[in-house]
Design a protein around this ligand. Structure first.
Ligand SMILES: [Zn+2]
Length: 219
């Protein structure tokens, strides 16, 4: 079910996904309201719940900034915004040149995602190599970069595999480094236990500052 709702005087679209759950969960995903609901909640109940939380929701909705906006003509790479120029030469290619970002196809989204995947793959692989040589006694894991919902990365320690979200492309490198270090520390400790944070703190003493900055970013 889809609908629109007025929150703090402005209309916002929303999507409701009925699931086999008991409660109502409202999230802002990529700047849009997504409700997971048990089948028993009615539309007025769902809307009343959104209105009850309108301040929090509007704050999240209004702070959303996509890493690529064709309408507004920009891309954000590693925390820096660049003007976007689309020049359709039927090539699935992007490049940063003289302070501007060029995309040479009208399939902008898919070309940019391929570019982001490649960038993040190389950046994280190099960073992992550096961190392994300095702080760990561990074999180089396999690295996969993909589109994810709700997380920056995951560590599959049994498979010696780390996956990263391609949306890391728009955040600052020091925050990507934190995500890399966090996932590597899962090879020492699977859970977010106090030992996990102890090991993390040994290797990245200012990690709390980075976590705080990362919390302000949408995945
Ligand atoms: Zn973790």
């Amino acid at each position: 079910m889809v609908g629109t709702i007025e929150l703090l005087g402005k209309e916002y679209p929303y999507t409701v996904k009925y699931k086999n759950i008991r409660s109502l969960i409202i999230k802002v995903e990529k700047g849009e309201l997504v409700v997971s609901s048990s089948p028993y909640f009615t539309k007025p109940e769902i809307e009343a719940f959104m209105i009850k939380n309108e301040r929090k929701l509007v704050k999240q909705l209004e702070s959303y900034e996509p890493y690529l906006s064709v309408e507004q003509g920009y891309v954000t790479l590693y925390g820096v915004r660049y003007p976007l120029i689309i020049n359709d030469l039927h090539k699935r290619k992007c490049e940063l040149y003289n302070g501007k970002f060029y995309i040479y196809t009208k399939n902008v989204q898919s070309a940019f995602e391929a570019y982001a995947k490649d960038q993040i793959y190389h950046y994280t692989v190099n960073k992992i190599r550096e961190y392994l040589s300095l702080y760990f006694d561990h074999q180089m894991p396999e690295v996969v970069v993909k589109k994810y919902k709700g997380r920056w990365g995951s560590c599959y320690y049994e498979k010696n595999l780390i996956t990263f979200n391609l949306s890391l492309i728009y955040i600052e490198k020091e925050l990507i480094d934190y995500v890399v270090m966090h996932e590597l520390c899962h090879f020492l400790e699977a859970n977010h236990s106090s030992r996990f944070y102890y090991e993390l703190g040994l290797r990245m003493p200012d990690y709390k500052r980075r976590v705080k900055l990362l919390k302000g970013k949408h995945v």
